[in-house]
Design a protein around this ligand. Structure first.
Ligand code: H2B
Length: 96
């Protein structure tokens, strides 16, 4: 389902409310790194995010090494950032 890319102004305004999330150099994605006490905590977090992502039908690109989780959000259906990424980042922060 196509969805509009955020304009630069919309993107910057949204990012101002998401401290910790960084815009990728090409402006088409945002990313954040999280660090947990151990692998169990990191994977429990990923499970919470996965359950939400599946319900919202919007999925992160991510990797995990022991207690660290690196997350990139972009909208494939927009070839860049959309409101779906901002909404998912906001939820991810509450699940961390
Ligand atoms: N996740 C992300 N990050 N971007 C998308 O465009 C996207 C998605 N599209 N999850 C969804 C699934 C789409 O492929 C399904 C068919 O709704």
């Amino acid at each position: 389902m196509p969805i509009a890319q955020l304009t630069a102004a919309e993107r910057d305004a949204a990012l101002a409310g998401l401290p910790g999330w960084k815009l990728r150099d090409d402006g088409l994605a945002i990313s954040r790194h999280y660090k947990f006490a151990d692998f169990t905590e990191a994977f429990a977090f990923m499970t919470r995010v996965a359950l939400h992502a599946e319900k919202a039908d919007h999925h992160p690109e991510w990797s995990n090494v022991y207690n660290r989780v690196e997350i990139t959000l972009t909208t494939h259906d927009a070839n860049g950032l959309s409101t779906r990424d901002i909404a998912l980042a906001t939820v991810i922060d509450t699940l961390a």
